[in-house]
Design a protein around this ligand. Structure first.
Ligand code: SF4
Length: 328
């Protein structure tokens, strides 16, 4: 398999990759992975919800949307010192990246944003790659974050443009792409992927990968999430995502975007070690961990279980300077 970076993939080419027999697909993805990365290294990214719940948006899968009765505890923006202390513990435990998430529709130029800027500076000072996911941002806000030392910004496409409207009505796909554009223009590394299991078709998954892999520059990180079903949300009763669907999605993303960090994200808590191993074999080389054993408001594996899994599989956490993957 070629590892040449391309952003002219056709839907037909992606369909041909995605629909291959699974073992052939995994073999090809593993080959690309080994040519582009150290296959025994996994980027450990710690996620912290710095402002939880009460979000005005209507993302059908999200337990933090104020309009759904999910029973989560709404928490105001955390204090910088508490955030930096958690970041330091994450670093000591082997993380190279620290991602701060706020359940906002968009960033507003107010005192809360000033606090976020101080958090970015503080986490940057302890030597971690700092990432934020704060909703939509404009060019000036992206520049301010970059100047404070922000390394990466997460903003997922979630699904295909066509299916997006079925799951979110309070903002558009083009709004998502505009934010990614603003992030890129500010010189911040882009983290963008999606979620499977929202009721979308295989065609929607292929279209989302088509959009991501045909961006002028590939995202440096591509999270692949399985729907984490939250009681009280419109998607709570959908079936659990089949692991082989995750494997297929991860493998295709790996082949299309060879240099990206492909992150096995939400859904790990419902996977066995064997199932996660298949995802690593298919080219996943990044995971989220969290001190609270929650991925925002849904469960995430215990840190100790991840440590044992790494030992068993011979994986080691990637050091910060290796966790940077320039893309064309
Ligand atoms: S996914 Fe983000 S924007 Fe959507 S409701 Fe949840 S917190 Fe708000």
């Amino acid at each position: 398999m070629s590892t040449t970076l391309r952003n002219d993939w056709t839907i037909q080419e992606i369909e041909n990759i995605y629909h291959q027999p699974l073992l052939e697909l995994v073999y090809q993805a593993a080959t690309v992975h080994r040519k582009s990365h150290k296959a025994n290294e996994v980027q450990v990214c710690t996620l912290l919800s710095v402002k939880t719940g009460g979000c005005p948006e209507d993302c059908s899968y999200c337990g933090q949307a104020a309009r759904y009765h999910t029973g989560i505890t709404v928490k105001a923006l955390m204090d910088k010192d508490d955030v930096v202390a958690i970041a330091q513990r994450a670093k000591d435990a082997g993380s190279s990246r620290f991602c701060m998430a706020a359940a906002w529709r968009e960033v507003r130029d107010n005192r809360d944003f000033d606090k976020i800027i101080e958090m970015v500076k503080g986490v940057n000072e302890i030597g971690l790659e700092v990432c934020c996911t704060l909703g939509m941002i404009n060019e000036a806000q992206a520049e301010r974050l970059q100047e404070a030392g922000l390394y990466a910004y997460n903003h997922n496409l979630d699904s295909s443009k066509e299916y997006y409207e079925e799951i979110i009505s309070t903002r558009t796909y083009d709004d998502r792409l505009n934010t990614l554009n603003n992030v890129r223009k500010a010189g911040i590394s882009v983290c963008s992927g999606g979620i499977i299991g929202l009721g979308e078709t295989h065609e929607d998954r292929i279209r989302m990968l088509h959009t991501l892999s045909n961006l002028e520059q590939h995202p440096e990180s591509v999270p692949v999430n399985a729907l984490a079903r939250v009681k009280g949300t419109p998607l709570a009763d959908l079936p659990k995502v089949d692991t082989w669907e995750m494997v297929r999605m991860i493998a295709t993303a790996r082949i299309l975007m060879p240099k990206a960090m492909v992150r096995l994200s939400a859904g790990r808590a419902e996977m066995t070690t064997e199932e996660q191993s298949w995802c690593f074999m298919a080219g996943a080389n990044s995971i989220f961990t969290s001190e609270s054993e929650e991925m925002l408001v849904t469960p995430n594996p215990k840190l100790d279980d991840d440590r044992k899994m790494f030992e068993l599989l011979g994986l080691k956490p990637m050091q910060k300077d290796r966790a940077t993957s320039p893309t064309v």
